[in-house]
Design a protein around this ligand. Sequence first.
Ligand code: LLP
Length: 429
Amino acid sequence: MHHFAYRDGALFAEDVDLREIAAEVGTPVYVYSSATIERHYRLYEAAMASIAPGKPAHVFYAMKANSNLGVLKTLAALGAGADTVSEGEIRKALAAGFPASKIVFSGVGKAESELAFAVEAGIYQVNIETEGELDLLSKVAQRLGKRQEAVFRVNPDIGAGGHAKITTGSSANKFGVSFEEVHRLYARAANMAGVRIMGLAVHIGSQIREVDAFEAAYVKMRDLVLALRAEGHRVDRLDLGGGLGIPYEIPREFDHGPGLIEAYAAMVARVTKGLDAELGFEPGRLIVGNAGILLTKVLHLNPRPTKEFLVVDAAMNDLMRPAMYEAYHEIWPVAEPAVGAKTMAYDVVGPICESGDTFTTGRELSALKPGDLIAFMTAGAYGASMSSTYNQRPLVAEVLVKGDKFAVTRPRQSYEELIGTDRAPPWLA
Ligand code: LLP
């Protein structure tokens, strides 16, 4: 469930009227609900902790989904760890209060400087994806007089995920070392002074709503753990990644509840029974996805003989998912439509100068006019974090709501910040 609902004819985020946020902060603006973030984190954490009572289940929030400082601080305060994929993310996680001892560093291509930063910060674990990275990490850590704990991210060759662009677990994808290679790498790493291999990691993709896809990968991982142990290796940790999907097509009254999370946890418990490994998880979307909306204003109507365009002030640079993955986001008008109100089919588009800047086509919505506010729902994950300044549009503001309070946790980028960071070359200055 989430905490965006109609009250007295208007859409609220918890106890805050979205019209008030629009009036004070302007549009477009991302609005996040603390209560939803907290609820989802708690549900997820409790379900994973119940898998092997007595053994820690580490939840590393995949901060690429939403790295707003307010969101990060909310999760750090709940005791979450952070899954990071760049030095920038590690720095931001530390700044938000995640202890280094709860930070995992994933990613296909880690630079030497990034590895050095991570080792020096004393992070919990590096998820190694290539042999070259293994060598580099060991060299860097040795130079710093440290031995970095790490795991191998393995590619389980399982295709799954909501869209081809977000599938990662098939051998056709660039992610992880192969099942065949990992034996040799484990043996090699045993003699390296700069790394201590603690176990394995896997992540098969994103927006996966079927437990079966995960199960196929996790069964392979369990068998791999056993095979490596039989070869005499220590495999104490198993990081199972993120990827559990959320409902984007939500009827208004929908409460998505804990069903899928619990089914997933039960499957993990079944597959890892008796394995005696510390489990780790890297959820992103599930924690923040429906905890955020993008609030935008109708600028113009553009009627055509066959359809009507609704031009809004948000664009593909602010919310890239529809243009990039044909992703579906519910659209809720902020003024609650009267029961039985007449609807119109709209193509909802942004102001950017390309046709791809289309959020949806032929969507039935209550009749709208310039100045009306609408909300793109379920925009808390991979919304603001994927935004850009294409067309020289400033990055939009982000607001965190808690009860009847709200705070701007990222001010709208100013034109000075947008333009002023470029430098003219000396010959044109
Ligand atoms: N761990 C690793 C290694 C990952 O690559 C990812 C996401 C996650 C965890 C978190 O996955 P989640 O629980 O959020 O599904 N931009 C796309 C999604 C890309 C996901 C990238 N990796 C979208 O908007 O749908």
